[in-house]
Design a protein around this ligand. Structure first.
Ligand SMILES: [Zn+2]
Length: 406
């Protein structure tokens, strides 16, 4: 079977790791920052060298296309080039570099294809500089209002609109991907979790993205002096919060073992070491592929008493998303190709969100995962061995060619 080039793959990884290099094995490449623009320039330079036609839309998404032999809708592959602060060299960028390598293989090996093939770079996937995450795929699929997104500010007060205009990558709204002109998106991504490595699998066949809920709980007690208030008179909101968290863990653990849940943010007020906490807020993020399990999670939340340890308890949903199932035929292509290359593989759902999840609303989409060493991601330790990156690129290439032939 045809293979992408491991030498070229390595060169791409090494080259792109310089844009935003922290010097400690990772990168800080915030969306539309000078470092991100360097990465974009390098991407476009390489695409031009391959004879690809480059367009950008009004959200600065980049579409680089190899023309097809027939007048047909295009097949898309790609991901994002931006990172979080002190992020790694694999999240997002690997989806772009494997797509670029697959395109380069098609061009240099003169592999015939009927459909145009487009490598896409989505703007501001991370939402690390301008909130929210998956901003541009969200705008073009109607999830977010563009005017609201343009007003999003970074910590220096720069708006997304200002950064877009200064980037040189803002194109015409006409250039946005039109669902009639595209028949597929395949996004390769690092798993960002420990499962593939632990199960000794090269390729993750991603069936969809798990549904999730995000709640905020508020416990309200009474701030009093830490020295003069006997324990029995206290209304300690932080102590009450630990009881709620403990209860939720106990109950959730009785549900399906694939359920994951997290309290990632907690704030105490007044947050002074000599004062009993008066108000404590904490979040609860819960994810599972089966909506029934999520429903049970919500039922458990609703059963939390409104008074705990003499404190008042309330909760509200901050946001939620439904489970997304990817396009079955393309999911099957990924599995078939992993088998044909004799790479080990397994089916799984993505816990994190990805651009493909929004795009799958408007065109048939799927994803390919490759392992993350020790499950590390969104940190400088993020790593995937070169051989695994090449395997991912090969499966991506064959999947694109299968879609082309169907
Ligand atoms: Zn990503």
């Amino acid at each position: 079977m045809i293979s992408c080039s491991i030498k070229r793959m390595e060169d791409k990884i090494v080259t792109f790791s310089k844009f935003g290099d922290t010097g400690r094995g990772g990168i800080t490449r915030l969306s539309l920052s000078p470092e991100a623009l360097e990465a974009r320039n390098e991407f476009c330079k390489r695409c031009k060298e391959l004879g690809m036609e480059i367009k950008t839309d009004d959200m600065a998404n980049i579409y680089a296309t190899i023309p097809g032999e027939e007048d047909l809708p295009a097949i898309m592959m790609g991901s994002h080039l931006d990172s979080v602060v002190q992020g790694g060299n694999y999240d997002g960028v690997m989806g772009v570099l494997t797509a670029l390598e697959a395109a380069e293989t098609i061009v240099t090996e003169k592999i015939g294809h009927r459909h145009p093939i487009t490598v896409v770079v989505w703007t501001n996937e991370e939402g690390a500089r301008f909130e929210p995450a998956m901003m541009s795929s969200g705008v073009i699929t109607g999830k977010f209002k563009k005017e609201v997104m343009l007003a999003s500010k970074d910590t220096k007060g720069v708006t997304f609109k200002e950064a877009l205009e200064a980037s040189g990558y803002m194109g015409d709204i006409e250039n946005r991907m039109n669902p009639n002109d595209y028949m597929a998106l395949v996004e390769l991504h690092v798993e960002q979790g420990p499962v593939l490595e632990a199960e000794k699998k090269d390729i993750g066949i991603v069936e969809g993205v798990v549904g999730m809920i995000n709640y905020e709980f508020t416990l309200t007690g009474q701030a009093d002096h830490a020295g003069s208030t006997p324990m029995k008179y206290r209304k300690d909101a932080l102590f009450a919060a630990t009881k709620v968290i403990g209860y939720l863990h106990e109950e959730f653990d009785k549900l399906d073992s694939k359920l994951v849940y997290t309290t990632g943010r907690i704030t105490a007020s007044p947050n002074i070491h000599t004062v009993i906490p008066e108000v404590v807020k904490f979040t609860l993020d819960a994810r599972h592929q089966d909506p029934e399990v999520i429903k049970q999670v919500v039922e458990i939340i609703q059963k939390v008493p409104s008074e705990i340890e003499k404190c008042q308890m309330s909760f509200k949903e901050l946001w939620s998303r439904k489970t997304i199932a990817f396009y079955e035929e393309y999911v099957d292509f990924v599995e078939k190709n992993a088998n044909e290359y004799e790479y080990s593989s397994m089916r799984l759902y993505s816990g994190p969100g990805h651009d493909a999840q929004y795009i799958s609303d408007i065109i048939p989409s799927t994803m390919i995962f490759i392992p993350s060493e020790n499950g590390h991601s969104h940190c400088e330790k993020e790593f995937t061995p070169l051989e695994n990156c090449l395997k991912g690129a090969n499966v991506l290439l064959q999947t694109i060619l299968d879609i082309d032939r169907k």
